[in-house]
Write a protein that binds this ligand. Sequence first.
Ligand code: ADP
Length: 483
Amino acid sequence: MDSPLLKNLNGYIGGRWKDPGEDATFDVYNPATGEVIAKVPSMSEADVNAAVDAGSKALRLTQPYSLETRRGWLEGIRDTLLDNKEEVGRILCQEHGKPLKEAKGEVEYAAGFFDYCARHIQALDAHTIAEKPKDCTWTVHYRPIGVVGLITPWNFPIGMIAKKLSAALAAGCPSVIKPASETPLTMIAMFSLIDQHVDMPDGMVNLVMGKASMIGKVLCEHPEVPMLSFTGSTEVGRKLITDTADQVKKLALELGGNAPFIVFEDADLDAAATNLMGNKFRGGGQTCVCANRVFVHEKVADAFGKKLAEKVEAMKVGDGMNEDVDIGPLINKAGFDKVHRHVSDALEKGAELVAGPKPTDLSGKDLFYPPTVVTGVTRDMACFREETFGPLVPMALFRDDDEVIAAGNDTEFGLAAYLFTADPERAQRVAAALRFGHVGWNTGTGPTPEAPFGGMKASGIGREGGLEGLFEFVEPQTVPRGF
Ligand code: ADP
């Protein structure tokens, strides 16, 4: 793929592009066309160690980088991302498949995290507490935790890194970044912009790519990496917990979701349907906050299903680079097969097709899965228990509030939930009962830089965004002064 931001298809260590040398490479595909668009080096264990060493050299404890310096880095990254959002968006669209408009929107979203941290960095200044317990004057400092490992998935190739990197830089933590192997190009593009336009000490940001298990192992075992921030599957999250237990490392984890989207009988059905469309089909349904189980009160189920079907059938599926496309391909064959399996399983177990093709009519020769709605979903179906991560809306009917609260919570996950009702009392009560870190009331909107986002239960540990996210990479240190 040709781009001024992809001249160096390589990792970045200690302020320099790594020499490609004899490294083995891996292929990056455009999921819309199936073409290989780049070959990227699969870096060695020595490279990952070198990246950690470079981070350690950039870490400053005794003479920390000032808040103004760190604010400058954040503003620099924000500005260069916004100045180059067209080109970064074009790269992102081609390696991920999401529509170009969404891809550019993701670059703006990413810039928003750097902007938020820059605007609120003062919160990390040391302060003296008002009381004088034990006859001492107590100062609280927010120290950088150290070199951090940041590991991200492919579904938001820049958004996910921005959430982590903005807070890490605000804290003064050098990082070793590992993007998903499906989407490393957007990250290379971001490093290319940082290299050219942002004045940061060598080693503050390092990029490694290649075999995930090896990179994960080095980051888990390296004594100079006290913290990992990971977004991805619960399976890998659990492995990181196990592999860091010996050294008691800090983990920030954003893992799987299984979001319920609840439409009560008093809801504005048009608003609910419109919001569900925006929520469900963003990124082709491949986000952890996408509605995964849609519970509709039985009195409004037919009316809601019709509204939804009309909207779904009007959607245009295709290559995200074409302007009129609403939904792109799935990321890979495994992603496509999972959606296919979930639709087939639901229909075999008695669900009805409301919109979209029968799975048996799909050739499976490409990665485009047409948006599909099924109704009559029950808890024994795979689409109820697992995250589909694709453009399937599975509708289940319910009769009363307690029943739907129990059904909504009937999952090990607790990331995002949505409820649509005109009754504020009901909304407050149901939101409080739903064990999810994010509960949209009459909105399908997902996270934003200004608010803390993260999961309850098996959906993770910690928060990204908001002041809570800003504090994730610091260690509060108290210095009581006796005299
Ligand atoms: P997904 O299903 O979204 O691909 P994964 O958890 O498999 O979720 O991947 C998320 C990120 O974690 C990717 O960057 C992937 O390469 C990385 N990853 C996968 N396995 C490991 C591992 N054993 N240790 C560390 N990172 C891993």
